[in-house]
Design a protein around this ligand. Structure first.
Ligand code: SF4
Length: 282
C-alpha cells in the first residue's frame, strides 16, 4: 500500500492547516517531488488568519513546491448557480480583509449558514474546480487532508452517491491510518510550524460560524476587532450566519463581559489565590 503515491491529474487541496501540510509533505516525499499533472491549491477566502498565510508560504518555500493561491472572483453568468470565475494571486497580494468572501455574499444576496454552506461550495470547492478546468482537465482526483480519526468526513467523501464533478476524493491520510496525534508528533520534529495553538481551532476563516460558541467567544476575548467583518455582513443582509442566536454582535458583547471578568480575577489574584476558573474550561 502506497497511499501517498499519486497519479495525476490531481488537485492537492492545501487548506493551510497542519494536517493538509503534513499530507503535502508525505506526497512530495513519496513521489520525489510533485508528480506530473498534480497541482497544489489554496483557496483564499480573505478571512484566514495571517499565521495561516505565512505557514502556506513557508511550506512552499522550504519544500520548493508551487502552491496556486486562488480567490473567488464572481459568478460566470452572474447567477449564483453558475460556475465561479477565479483569480490567481500570491502570498503578497492575497486578500486579507475578507474581500472574496464579502463579494460572494453580495453576489449571492444571502449569508451562508450551516445548512447552506455556499462559502465552502463557492470559495473553496468550485473555485478549485474552476482552476482545474482552466488547465483543461475534465476529470481529476481531489486529494484531501482528511484523517482516519474523522470517520464521518471520510464516510461522506467516500459515499458512492456523492457528486464528484469537482474531483474524485482521494484520502491518503485516512488510507494510511493517520490520526491527529501523528500530525502533531510530525510537527514537533520540524524546524517550523503553524503559529496557531493546535488545540485552539483557530484555522480556516477566523470566526467561522461552524465553530463552537465558546471558541468564538474565546477568540473574541483576545481579538475583539475580528468581529467587525462578521457583524458588518450580518447587518448588511439583515440576517445571521446561524438560525439559532446569538448574532456576532452578541458574541462580541459576551467576549467583552468575560474579558472584564478576567481582568477583575487577575486583580484579585494579586491578593487572593481563590481565582474563579475561566468559563472556557466548560
Ligand atoms: S471555514 Fe467556515 S466560514 Fe470559511 S468557508 Fe469554511 S464553512 Fe465557510
Amino acid at each position: 500500500m502506497k497511499p501517498y503515491v499519486i497519479e495525476g491529474p490531481a488537485q492537492i487541496c492545501f487548506s493551510g492547516g497542519r494536517t493538509s501540510a503534513f499530507m503535502l509533505h508525505q506526497i512530495l516525499a513519496a513521489n520525489e517531488g510533485l508528480p506530473p499533472d498534480c497541482h497544489v491549491t489554496f483557496e483564499n477566502t480573505g478571512k484566514e488568519r495571517p499565521q495561516t498565510l505565512d505557514f502556506i508560504e513557508e511550506c512552499a518555500l522550504r519544500w520548493s513546491v508551487p502552491v496556486h493561491w486562488l480567490e473567488w472572483d464572481g459568478f460566470l453568468e452572474g447567477e449564483p448557480q453558475s460556475r465561479p470565475c477565479f483569480r490567481e494571486v500570491n502570498f503578497h497580494n492575497a486578500a486579507r480583509h475578507g474581500e472574496p468572501f464579502a463579494a460572494m455574499i453580495n453576489a449571492s444576496t444571502m449569508l451562508p449558514n450551516p445548512v447552506k454552506r455556499m462559502c465552502t461550495i463557492n470559495l473553496k470547492i468550485r473555485t478549485g474546480s474552476a482552476f482545474m478546468r482552466s488547465l483543461g482537465f475534465r476529470e481529476w482526483d481531489s486529494v484531501m487532508g482528511i484523517r482516519a480519526d474523522e470517520p464521518l468526513r471520510v464516510a461522506r467523501m467516500r459515499d458512492p452517491a456523492r457528486d464528484n464533478t469537482s474531483g474524485v476524493p482521494l484520502l491518503p491520510l485516512a488510507t494510511a491510518d493517520v490520526s491527529k496525534r501523528d500530525i502533531l508528533d510530525f510537527w514537533k520534529r520540524q524546524p517550523f510550524d503553524l503559529a496557531l495553538d493546535p488545540q485552539g481551532d483557530l484555522g480556516n476563516c477566523d470566526l467561522c460560524f461552524l465553530k463552537a460558541r465558546y471558541k468564538l467567544v474565546r477568540a473574541l476575548i483576545n481579538e475583539p476587532e475580528r468581529a467587525v467583518w462578521w457583524i458588518e455582513q450580518e447587518t448588511k443582509r439583515s440576517g445571521t450566519f446561524r438560525k439559532d442566536p446569538p448574532h456576532y454582535r452578541d458574541l462580541l458583547r459576551a467576549a467583552d463581559f468575560y474579558r472584564r471578568q478576567l481582568s477583575l480575577a487577575f486583580e484579585e489574584e494579586d491578593g487572593d489565590s481563590s481565582v474563579t476558573d475561566c468559563y472556557c474550561g466548560d
